[in-house]
Design a protein around this ligand. Structure first.
Ligand code: UT7
Length: 326
């Protein structure tokens, strides 16, 4: 049985309404709007209320994606949630979301740091390509504010909360042309939450030492990201049989404007072909590429036949890219 072409049948995104600006951060830690904006390109981010978890914002994004695909929850045959901020260790956030949606299908979470959305797209696409399912819901969602150390200025200025969702299904034309995934576990220590798992379970000490929050060696992750983002995007473009000049829109993981600019330079892409919205959302990890894709569509930057390259990198260390023809 031949493989089918897979594309995006519906898309949605959601961010919590509350906005935290760089000026607000100046009141929390020793930082400045000038430092944050010039070093990262971020001006503000959205922050979930204390009682809001990842499944809640996933639900909002998924409802929009289902409506845009003209599907009901019972049409969904698989749910994959890419996240590093699940509601809890278990049950999986995908199962919590399934219940909220009223869907009747299998579901699981996928942890690949900020590459999570690309990883989840590649996994979901297999089920459609090999004819197992016709409608797969892929969600990338994070409530990073809950694992952010609001006393650590080197990380707390970077992250934001948000969710994105797509429905994957078979398409007649276009669809995904290539996927490239990668990982280098030797770099795991560069970006981690040290405690709370089976290595270092929660204790009074781990809490008092603030080990349940994101720890990052920003400089080293920056070096890795600058190298990998351009390289991986190029690999995905070549695997799709294309040249960078064929790409209409580059949708990178929204972590740092300087990383994005260096990747665009590597691909020789003018910045008007690069989609950027990190100024308004910060780094939303697994959610960022999907939120950007949805916004680019709403802004009319994607037309039928547009060739898009999406690329992510993050904790693991992991990376991933794909080429999609709309
Ligand atoms: O999603 C994937 C995960 N993460 C990333 O993509 C992040 C990758 N890394 C980065 O984006 C950058 O490394 C950062 C934005 C995190 C930091 O920028 P940088 O240019 O690498 O700064 P730095 O860490 O080298 O720090 C420069 C200075 C330091 O002071 P000294 O040692 O030069 O006196 C820091 O203490 O800036 C200081 N600094 C701050 N100052 C004001 C660090 N954070 C802040 C802050 N406000 N928020």
């Amino acid at each position: 049985m031949s493989a089918r072409m897979v594309g995006i049948k519906g898309i949605g995104s959601y961010v919590p309404p509350k906005i935290l600006t760089n000026a607000d951060l100046e009141k929390i830690v020793d930082t400045s709007d000038e430092w944050v904006f010039t070093r990262t390109g971020i001006r503000e981010r959205h922050i979930a209320d204390p009682d809001v978890a990842t499944s809640d914002i996933s639900f909002e994004a998924a409802k929009i994606a289902l409506a845009s695909a003209h599907l009901a929850p019972e049409d969904i045959e698989l749910i994959i949630v890419a996240t590093v901020t699940p509601d809890m260790f278990f049950p999986a956030t995908a199962c919590i979301l399934q219940d909220k949606l009223g869907a009747k299908c299998p579901g699981f979470d996928l942890s690949a740091g900020c590459s999570g959305f690309i990883y989840a797209l590649s996994v979901g696409a297999q089920f459609v390509a090999n004819r197992t399912y016709d409608n797969v819901l892929v969600v990338g969602a994070e409530v990073l504010s809950k694992i952010t150390d609001w006393q650590d200025r080197s990380t707390c200025v970077l992250f934001g909360d948000g969710a994105s969702a797509v429905v994957l299904g078979p398409v007649e034309r276009g669809g995904f042309k290539s996927f490239v995934l990668g990982a280098d576990g030797s770099g795991g220590k560069l970006l981690e939450i040290p405690a709370g798992g089976s290595r270092l379970p929660a204790s009074c000490e781990t809490v008092s030492q603030r080990l349940h929050y994101i720890k990052m060696n920003g400089r080293e992750v920056f070096k890795f990201a600058v190298k990998i983002m351009g390289e991986t995007a190029l690999e995905a473009i070549e695997k799709a049989g294309l040249h960078p000049s064929d790409i209409d829109l580059f949708i990178p993981h929204q972590a740092n404007i300087r990383i994005i600019e260096s990747a665009a330079e590597r691909l020789n892409l003018p910045m008007d072909k690069v989609f950027i919205n990190l100024d308004r959302y910060g780094n939303t990890s697994s959610a960022s590429v999907g939120i950007a894709l949805n916004e680019a569509l709403l802004l009319g930057k994607i037309k039928e036949g547009s060739k898009i390259v999406m690329v992510g990198f993050g904790a693991g260390l992991t990376w991933g890219a794909c080429v999609l023809e709309w």
